[in-house]
Write a protein that binds this ligand. Structure first.
Ligand SMILES: *Cc1c(COP(=O)(O)O)cnc(C)c1O
Length: 391
């Protein structure tokens, strides 16, 4: 074998996003023992930083030692018990994964189906909750990465509270890119990921739980069906009060990276980060429209960090992406599920949401499209994006 030397890429897909050299450098620091007092102090700082990021006072806020999907399972396996009814809003791939999590936890999933590319309909959610007064939990995806749609989280949480339902929210793509206001909205369980708008390496999943959610976990009649993700056990390590004990070996260097990502985020400022994502999205959108491309999603519910654009008639979308990667070192995403072949998903997440990346993306995409018998002009696209950025 020989050492692996990855090529230089610009990551503008649905995640991972570009990881800043500062984070990579932090991760190259010497490994400490996972119970070293110095490391434990850093863990406390991570918990504090995540509370700020989630805008919550929740005591139980920490990163699960595994990717976003494990944060998802942590929420569902701990909160859903055999026979529980859970209303699941499904408007894309990740809503469907929520349904699957409910079923695997032994719950009954009641689906509120929304056409792909559309935002969840509050009226339909209210109707489903009224039709199922036995429902204990409402689950929804804040930022549906498969389609690029933002849900009205405040509105959905208010409906759940009116019916005495707990809420589980997927904030994997939204956290760090748009406001995620856990306490203000009253979200009871939320999970995210390190590799999207936090621009850290993949493999960690920040989660947070309200006291109401923990009451439900404490009242369980049966043990959680995962040893690794059982909150009552994980907390002996992450809880920290009264000293930590071994649960699993924390991914020490990965956590250095998350710590540095949080330092960088608060240096920029949360509101400034949200504003940057919004501004970069508007610039990219203007450029893409100048290339003649159309968005899948209506402007008022588009995600700034995930832009789903329609593949023009007759273009081989995979061949365009292959050219972007080979000739420009640029990665964008393909469509998932029913959107496969129909859309490209262009990410503007965290460190990837920059003017340079927008310019690269527009130039490279124009080049690829021109090679695929789709005439378009990169100079016009760059000018359209620039006009937004200086405006
Ligand atoms: C990426 C993503 C996930 C899964 O996260 P992984 O880190 O890939 O496990 C879950 N939900 C949404 C909305 C995502 O975008």
């Amino acid at each position: 074998m020989q050492s692996f030397l990855p090529s230089k890429r610009t990551l503008m897909g649905p995640g991972p996003s570009d990881v800043s050299p500062r984070i990579l450098k932090a991760m190259a620091s010497p490994t400490l023992g996972h119970l070293d007092p110095e490391f434990q102090r850093m863990m406390e700082e991570i918990k504090g930083g995540l509370k700020g990021l989630f805008q919550t006072e929740n005591r139980l806020t920490f990163p699960v030692s595994a990717p976003g999907s494990a944060g998802m399972e942590t929420c569902f396996l701990n909160l859903v018990e055999e026979g529980d009814t859970v209303v699941v809003v499904r408007n894309g791939v990740f809503g469907d994964r929520m349904r699957e999590n409910v079923v695997r936890a032994g719950g009954n999933a009641v689906l509120v189906d929304v056409p792909w590319g559309k935002a969840p309909d509050l009226k339909a959610i209210e109707t489903a909750l009224e039709a199922h007064p036995e429902a204990k939990i409402l689950a929804f995806v804040h930022a549906e990465t498969s389609t690029g749609v933002l849900a009205d989280a405040a509105g959905i949480c208010a409906l759940a509270q009116a019916q005495d339902c707990l809420t589980i929210m997927d904030a994997v793509t939204s956290l760090g890119g748009v406001p995620v206001l856990v306490d203000e909205w009253g979200v009871d369980a939320v999970y995210s990921g390190s590799q999207k708008c936090l621009s850290c390496t993949p493999g960690l999943s920040p989660v947070s739980f309200s006291e109401k959610a923990l009451d439900k976990v404490r009242a369980r009649k049966t043990p959680v069906r995962s040893w690794f993700l059982d909150l009552s056990l994980v907390m002996n390590y992450w809880g920290g009060e009264g000293g930590r004990s071994y649960h699993h070996t924390a991914p020490v260097n990965a956590l250095y990276g998350l710590h540095e990502a949080l330092v960088m985020l608060f240096e920029e400022g949360l509101e400034e980060t949200w504003a940057r994502h919004g501004k970069m999205h508007k610039a990219l959108a203007a450029g893409l429209e100048a290339l003649g491309l159309n968005f899948l999603v209506d402007a008022d519910v588009r995600l700034p960090m995930l832009n789903a654009v329609q593949v023009p008639e007759g273009i081989d979308e995979a061949s365009v992406r292959a050219h972007l990667l080979a000739a420009h070192g640029l990665e964008i995403g393909a469509g998932l599920g029913p959107m496969a072949g129909k859309v490209w998903r262009i990410g503007l997440m965290g460190s990837s949401a920059t003017e340079n990346n927008i310019n690269l993306c527009l130039t490279a995409l124009a080049d690829a499209l021109n090679r695929h018998q789709y005439p378009c002009n990169s100079a016009e696209a760059l000018a359209a994006a620039k006009a937004v950025l200086v405006g």
